[in-house]
Design a protein. Structure first.
Length: 209
């Protein structure tokens, strides 16, 4: 049976909180319409492969949640198929908190943010960490140009459900690449105005006083 997003997120305690705060009726309609979010469609695949980072949440054996950021060039998260994501785990600060958490509970949650366009995608899934030497094809697909010494393991996520979250309260922020793209026309216009201004100044200088 597909594990749609609301069926995972809306526990009895969550439903009680919704009821107490007056949102249960609306959330029940969301549950009833909650379908086709157990697979990744073209819109989700495109959004995921355009991201240069995401937040990964796991839970340790004592019940404490842990959130970690994963980053890389756009495209470092690979959509293998409609229910599978993969990426390379590179050497970090050597705390291995997410790694240890996944040893006892493979359930994970991903938050993928597009701050500039105020969009976010939430994903529930089961996450496995794999030995790159035992999965050469997956390694070649995820990080073909990365030296093997830098890759500690491969991450493979089986997607259970996803949800496009409300854009409300997302503060727009822009990467250096996004700013460069947005400002390029302004820079070109400024350069054109400067050239025009230099031409006019030179013409004025040639005129007799």
């Amino acid at each position: 049976m597909p594990q749609h997003y609301a069926r995972i997120a809306f526990t009895d305690q969550v439903k009680e909180a919704q009821q107490a705060n007056g949102s249960r009726r609306a959330m029940q309609r969301f549950e009833e319409a909650d379908f086709d979010n157990d697979i990744l469609g073209p819109a989700e695949a495109r959004f995921i492969t355009e991201r240069d980072g995401f937040y990964l949440a796991t839970t340790n054996s004592n019940g404490w949640p842990y959130v970690q950021y994963r980053g890389g060039p756009p495209g470092f998260i690979h959509v293998i198929d409609e229910t599978t994501l993969a990426w390379a785990e590179l050497r970090g600060n050597r705390q291995y908190i997410s790694h240890g958490n996944l040893a006892t509970d493979q359930r994970a949650s991903l938050f993928l943010m597009d701050y500039a366009r105020q969009r976010r995608l939430k994903i529930f899934g089961s996450l496995q960490l794999l030995d790159p030497d035992q999965h050469p094809e997956l390694r070649a697909r995820t990080m073909p140009s990365t030296p093997p010494a830098q890759i500690q393991r491969l991450a493979r996520l089986h997607v259970h459900a996803h949800d496009w979250n409300c854009p409300q309260h997302i503060t727009p922020r822009y990467t250096a690449a996004e700013l460069h793209e947005a400002l390029t026309p302004m820079r070109e216009q400024l350069q054109s105005l400067r050239s025009e201004n230099d031409t006019l100044r030179a013409e004025l200088a040639r005129r007799p006083t």
